[in-house]
Design a protein around this ligand. Structure first.
Ligand code: RNT
Ligand code: ZN
Length: 413
């Protein structure tokens, strides 16, 4: 009996159908963030990364051109099973022949190459306006700025991005998730917490007044607790973003690095599912702060996946990755992190969820704990290996990535 057959038998003794789990997993789309490949650099400006987010490390081989980033994405995609979507930031616009357009004037032609790239790979595109790393970010503020010139520049950026998102959806035939996150906040105790939030609200209203097809573009709004340099006050706090999303019928986005360290996104998912048709996630790993470490197959990632799967919400949650590690091979960072989201989903699909729920309802907490612990040592690895084999993806990818590093990455200047 093969290892898979044996594992299948063991899982079925718990009432779990491994075939069903494998078939479900292969249809789950993960939106893969392009910005792991170049430390959130983008191509539209030489400004250093701002907005209270940071990459650390100086591993060789960072992509510095669209061609390099596309090649690296391809390498990563070849080692990641399942369905993928390309998650772009506006700062990844591609300008040719000396042409340039500022963020308030971005047009489809500046993303045509990305559209071709996605179409050739049968992928959809998700999109993010880029409200950082730009000279029009004044005193750390964008959509909440008291400077009308600054605020309206960024409103125009948002509107341009909405039209671009619609273009991506039309071209690929797959709806586009457009996520708004702004870095606005204050380092020290503000005198006025109200006015910046009022301006942010007004700016969002202005952006969303753009005519766009809501069946093709899902606008999401990402909250945050604090960033580096903006420790005392964040305009787009959790309460602001949840309330705004609810009032406008857009989709809330939770990044699991954006809460106080003892708060868990896994616990928040069910609450949001009760009040939203769709919700969105940025999956990351924060170490002591929103450090955006590579996602591991760790307890919280598993718990997040469990909440999606056991609440039957795979088609209601937009799952995206969001982290950036410049201290290790960036392609390996991509592959490890995205695979770990998939592993966590498979792990969740292999739990006897109904049985566990029934034990809770019957207050059989002793048996529930025993079963939960028992499942942790079930032969998960054999099912994962079977999944990779069926997807024609190799298990141990280090060697292949190292080869690519030697042949391609280290030769980059
Ligand atoms: C920042 C947010 C945001 C960014 C990306 C690059 O804290 O998580 O989602 O990481 O837009
Ligand atoms: Zn995020």
């Amino acid at each position: 009996m093969s290892r898979y057959e044996e594992a299948k038998r063991i899982y079925s003794s718990f009432g779990v159908d491994t075939e069903k789990a494998l078939n479900t997993l292969k249809d789950v789309t993960i939106s893969v963030h392009c910005w792991q490949g170049d430390d959130v650099g983008g191509f539209d400006s030489k400004e250093s990364l701002s907005g209270g987010i940071q990459t650390t490390g100086n591993y060789p081989g960072k992509a510095t051109t669209p061609e390099e980033l596309m090649a690296d994405l391809d390498k990563a995609f070849s080692l990641i099973p399942g369905k993928k979507k390309l998650n772009l930031h506006a700062s990844y616009a591609i300008f040719e022949n000396g042409e340039f357009a500022d963020r308030n004037e971005l047009k489809p032609q500046h993303f045509k190459k990305w559209v071709d790239f996605a179409k050739e790979r049968n992928m959809g595109i998700d999109f993010n306006p880029t409200y950082f790393s730009h000279s029009m970010v004044k005193d750390g503020l964008t959509l909440s700025s008291p400077d009308e010139e600054v605020r309206s520049f960024w409103v125009e950026h948002g509107k341009a991005c909405l039209k671009l998102s619609e273009y991506f959806a039309n071209e690929t035939g797959i709806p586009c998730v457009m996520n708004i996150w702004i870095p606005d906040g204050y380092k020290d105790i503000p005198a006025d917490r109200f006015a910046p939030r009022a301006r942010f609200k007004k700016s969002l209203d202005e952006i969303l007044a753009t005519d766009y097809d809501k069946s093709k573009v899902y606008v999401t709004l990402e909250s945050k607790v604090f960033g580096i340099g903006v420790e005392s006050y964040t305009v787009g706090s959790a309460e602001f973003c949840l309330s705004y999303s609810a009032s406008k019928g857009i989709t809330p986005l939770m990044d699991n690095g954006h809460y106080h360290p003892t708060e868990l996104v896994s616990d928040k998912i069910s609450a949001l599912l009760l009040f939203n048709e769709k919700i969105a996630l940025h999956i990351t790993r924060g170490v002591r702060w929103d450090s955006d470490h590579v996602i591991l197959f760790d307890d919280e990632t598993k718990e997040i996946a469990k909440e999606i799967v056991s609440n039957n919400a795979l088609d209601r949650v937009f799952i995206a990755t969001d982290y950036f590690d410049a201290s290790i091979n960036r392609i390996s960072a991509w592959v490890t992190g995205v695979r770990n989201v998939q592993k966590a989903l498979l792990n969740a699909l292999l739990l006897p969820a109904d049985k566990m729920k029934a034990l809770q309802e019957n207050s059989s907490f002793t048996e529930l704990m025993c079963l939960q612990e028992e499942m942790k040592t079930a032969p998960f690895g054999d099912i994962w290996s079977e999944y990779l084999a069926r997807e024609n993806v190799i298990n141990d990818y280090f060697k292949e990535i190292k080869e690519y590093e030697e042949k391609v990455l280290v030769k980059r200047v």
